[in-house]
Design a protein around this ligand. Structure first.
Ligand code: NAP
Ligand code: ZN
Ligand code: ZN
Length: 349
């Protein structure tokens, strides 16, 4: 057992505060990672506030984890002590269903084991995430991380990165495509970088006028202020793909009408309230809406390798753990540029 320092929410209405617990012993196929940085995802906020109705308390959030291997089990093959490593949104899955066999562990028919706010495969042990000093994970669910890139800026790739990379690849975004990204936060800024890097013409659809300059620096070719009906009407029937990352409840129809014939809106944002989808906004132009959940282990590795090769990282504001509740407040006001990342050294003091 190893004593682990962490920050946890004790209930949906209390701020995050110091918490201690023991990680499991390192099993034959496990590695133990000393966590160096952990990104702050809006899903952490949804779950800490129990907005999805499935929260288990106490909760140690965090699923954008990077660090160094400090211990390896006897049968570990892929990692050695001292290696950099990453952990994303899940730490296990059934390994036997068709989804797991196809490398789509995030869609495991039995259910993936969430990095936090989930249960291990024994159905009893609650998982605790990356707002903590170390984690023990089966090596098959651990990613290799390049030494080339700044580690704090790599952490958000483990969720914000793969969640945007995977669906853009799935729908085959490439040169000649007009792609819009809705919401310039953690996911949105990675989506802009990936879509631009795949050769698409990228438009940022944002509710924040102050983000126009940054959107263009991140790689967007155009910026549309979604509160301005005139600007919106200029891009009606225009986009091949819209990646919707909005975290707050909103109406999909606002964006559906911006899709051209056969266009696809990919929903990755997970607001706690549903949106109506009128039939006519779909059928008149054979539009579709698809959802997408993070990405499998193999594709997450592909994305990390792609980022190392193309020098793509997240734009981060590194914070001490003591700032976490304020960081949440700022994210709720759309004031994040563009991902908070916790320096886990601040937990060790
Ligand atoms: P974030 O950093 O807080 O960014 C969300 C952005 O959405 C905001 O910056 C804002 O951008 C926009 N927004 C917020 N409220 C809005 C409103 N009322 N109307 C229009 N736009 C609004 O959040 P994130 O970490 O990127 O996460 C975004 C969502 O994706 C969350 O719901 C999260 O749970 C979900 N998520 C899903 C997956 C998945 O696998 N599908 C993975 C990770 C996260 P502007 O200021 O530009 O408008
Ligand atoms: Zn996330
Ligand atoms: Zn499975």
């Amino acid at each position: 057992m190893s004593n682990t320092k962490a920050f946890a929410a004790q209930s949906a209405t209390t701020p995050l505060a110091p918490f201690g617990f023991d990680r499991r012993e390192v099993g034959a196929h496990d590695v133990q990672i000393e966590i160096l940085y952990c990104g702050v995802c809006h899903s952490d906020i949804h779950q800490v506030k129990n907005e999805w109705g499935n929260s288990i308390f106490p909760m140690v959030p965090g699923h954008e984890i990077v660090g160094r291997i400090i211990k390896t089990g006897d049968h570990v093959k892929k990692f050695a002590i001292g290696d950099l490593a990453g952990v994303g949104c899940f730490v296990d899955s059934c390994r036997e269903c068709p989804q797991c066999k196809a490398g789509l562990e995030q869609y495991c028919d039995v259910g993936m084991v969430g990095t936090y706010n989930g249960y291990e495969k024994d159905g009893k042990t609650v998982t605790y995430g990356g707002y903590s000093t170390n984690i023990v994970v089966d090596e098959n669910y651990v990613l290799r991380v390049s030494e080339k890139l700044p580690l704090d800026a790599v952490a958000p790739l483990l969720c914000a990165g793969i969640t945007t990379y995977s669906p853009l690849r799935h729908v085959g975004v490439k040169k000649g495509h007009k792609v819009a990204v809705v919401g310039l936060g953690g996911l949105g800024h990675m989506a802009v970088k990936f879509a631009a890097s795949f050769g698409a013409e990228v438009t940022m659809l944002s509710s924040s006028p102050s983000k126009e300059v940054d959107a263009k620096k991140l790689g967007a070719h155009h910026f549309v202020l979604t509160s301005d009906a005139k600007q919106l009407s200029k891009v009606k029937n225009h986009f091949d793909v819209i990646l919707n990352t909005v975290s707050a409840p909103h109406e999909y129809v606002t964006y559906l009408d911006l899709l051209t014939t056969n266009g696809t809106m990919i929903v990755v944002g997970a607001p706690p309230k549903p949106s109506e989808v009128p039939a006519f906004n779909l059928i008149m132009k054979r539009r579709s809406i698809i959802g997408s959940l993070i990405g499998g282990i193999a594709e997450t590795q592909e994305m990390l390798d792609y980022c190392a090769e193309h020098n793509i990282v997240s734009d981060v504001e590194v914070i001490d753990i003591s700032y976490i509740n304020e960081a949440y407040e700022r994210m709720l006001k759309n004031d994040v540029k563009y991902r908070f990342v916790i320096d886990i050294a601040s937990l060790k003091n």
